[in-house]
Design a protein around this ligand. Structure first.
Ligand code: PLP
Length: 561
């Protein structure tokens, strides 16, 4: 089936038309594939936030005037809708918080306070840092043991979860869908393994809630957390679902206004559920927006929307798997909506920069899942993530850009690399063919990028200089620089895992290699960088790469004087 033969009922175009951001002139060509980080907001949500401030802004509970009553009512109505959204038994089981991160911190703080030293918490290597670090902090405080589901290259084997369960296991906190790979565990199978055990099961549903209808009762989990901004709602608000009896038994995690019934000088009596866990003024406009997000989602055929996202995902995986020099890390099966991969001959950040030049938004990095990315053998990956408004054209533009990138960054000549590997760690690069005028004369960013890639090829791979001692500090990608002085002139050898940084290094070396100290001191690198039109296109971190190399080179020159 080609992508044109799609049969989904969901119209991404109609859905998209409800999102004002896409209608702005500056966003007309935007291909937004960073939905796992945050989704865009529909007009309904934006209007609800603005309307709250425009018409009914007041603090809740504390005052007895009309606007305060209205705000209080809005919050409690949103809570009821949240309970319906997750199919909780009652709105007393819904705690509002700033997001999944805060919800997980709350759970770690409150649940671990009741544990004994040596008790165990089971996590997985695919968790977002938000579902790792809070448990690590509490494990240290209360002398608890963290155990991890067995994994292969960082990908958990959830079917072996029971091997980690023992009579000291008190908490199992696992993702409902990975933000780095999209992997959606079989939650019913996990529920089956946990049934009847004396422990608490926490589901990090941050990614799940955006793509599937959630039913916490059917799931059988004890706690479920998610952030509104991942499912078209506002930032700064999230949900914590907990079984009522468990929430009841847990100590509050923050003290302050709203969470108390009575305050004395030495002791206080806490408010009833769920307010016991909501100290201070809530993000009220955000909660108004959250209510609108529930309405908005209720108007969608979520099954059809998920089918559309899945069809895109299958296609993206199929197409990317056919490209050479690219390592796919995600799998199309059991995937909520993410394709994750790494180019073999370039740094992921090089590709992200290329895509950004075409206004294609993806994410590059460790995706707040460092243990997983490290275990995968990559330093970073490129992540493209779909949503209900992602069109086939978006995906086509993305794939075309990746293919073009591969043409631009075709593998570097292996003869030179082999020579370097054979032991000549200096291997002076020949930069004589590089022409500044050529770089300067390129009309647009894509052409300039292409030229930079051409320049990058003149910087050969030099395993001999890739050591911690030669590592340049302050560069987003790894870069190594060495220097020697001969007859009053300075010579440099450079290497980097990033093609863009290698291109920038070639540019730098074309200006300083073989020059005297005074010639180097007289050069105006800022001017050069600006004149070449690099400043406006390179992100801060990429520019930092150039400047980090420059700083290091100048330091070498200075200390050699
Ligand atoms: N858990 C997962 C799986 C996530 O994807 C995220 C956000 O990326 C979080 C937790 C943290 O969410 P927030 O930053 O909204 O608190």
């Amino acid at each position: 089936m080609t992508h044109h033969e799609k049969n989904s009922e969901h119209s991404a175009e109609t859905f998209r038309s409800q999102f004002p951001l896409f209608a702005q002139p500056e966003n007309r060509n935007l291909v937004y594939l960073d939905n796992a980080a945050t989704t865009q907001r529909p007009a309904m949500v934006i209007d609800a936030v603005a309307d709250f401030y425009r018409h009914s802004n007041a603090n809740t509970h504390r005052s007895s005037h009309r606007l305060a009553r209205q705000a209080t009512e809005m919050v409690e109505q949103t809570r009821q809708r949240a309970a319906a959204f997750l199919n909780a038994r009652s709105s007393r089981e819904i705690v509002f918080c700033r997001g999944a991160t805060e919800a997980l911190n709350l759970l770690a703080y409150s649940l671990c306070a009741g544990l004994e030293p040596g008790d165990e918490i089971v996590l997985s290597t695919i968790e977002h840092h938000a579902n790792l670090v809070p448990w690590q902090m509490m494990a240290e405080r209360y002398h608890l043991q963290l155990r991890y589901v067995p994994h292969t290259a960082g990908v958990p084997q959830f079917d072996r979860l029971d091997e980690m369960l023992g009579n000291r296991t008190r908490i199992v906190s696992l993702t409902g869908g990975s933000n780095a790979l999209g992997l959606r565990p079989d939650l019913a199978a996990i529920a089956e393994k946990l049934r009847g055990r004396h422990l608490h099961w926490v589901v990090d549903g941050s990614q799940l809630a955006a793509h599937e209808v959630v039913d916490v009762q059917a799931l059988g989990c004890d706690f479920f957390v998610c952030s509104a901004h991942k499912f078209y709602g506002p930032t700064g608000v999230g949900l914590l679902y907990g079984r009522e009896a468990l929430l009841q038994a847990m100590p509050p995690w923050q003290g302050g206004g709203e969470m108390i019934a009575e305050v004395g000088l030495l002791h206080s009596v806490y408010a009833d559920l769920p307010h016991k866990f909501e100290a201070g003024t809530s993000p009220l406009a955000g909660l108004a927006g959250l209510g609108a997000a529930f309405d908005f989602l209720a108007q969608q055929d979520r099954g059809a929307m998920a089918a559309h996202e899945q069809a895109l995902l299958q296609w993206l995986h199929r197409e990317l798997s056919q490209l050479p020099h690219l390592r796919l890390l995600s799998q199309p099966q059991h995937n909520l909506g993410i394709v994750a991969f790494a180019p073999v001959d370039a740094a992921p950040a090089d590709l992200a920069l290329w895509l950004d030049g075409r206004d294609i938004a993806v994410r590059v990095g460790h995706h707040c899942a460092q243990p997983l990315i490290r275990a995968s053998g990559e330093g970073a990956t490129v992540r493209a993530s779909v949503a209900g408004y992602t069109t086939w054209q978006d995906c086509e533009a993305f794939l075309e850009a990746v293919r073009d990138f591969q043409r631009v960054t075709e593998p570097v000549d292996s003869a030179a690399a082999a020579a370097a590997a054979a032991g000549d760690d200096w291997l002076a690069d020949d930069l004589s063919a590089l022409r500044l005028e050529r770089l300067a004369s390129q009309r647009n960013w894509q052409d300039r990028y292409r030229e930079l890639m051409r320049w990058s090829k003149s910087i050969t791979t030099k395993p001999g200089i890739r050591s911690a001692q030669n590592l340049v500090q302050g560069c987003e990608s790894e870069a190594w620089l060495v220097h020697r002085q001969q007859e009053g002139r300075h010579y440099f050898a450079v290497d980097s895992d990033s093609r863009v940084v290698r291109g920038l290094a070639a540019l730098l070396l074309s200006q300083i290699d073989g020059r005297t100290g005074s010639q180097i001191a007289a050069a105006d690198f800022d001017r050069l960088f600006a004149d070449l039109g690099l400043r406006q296109h390179l992100s801060q971190s990429r520019s930092n790469g150039f400047y980090a190399l420059l700083r290091q080179a100048l330091q070498f020159v200075e200390s050699a004087q």
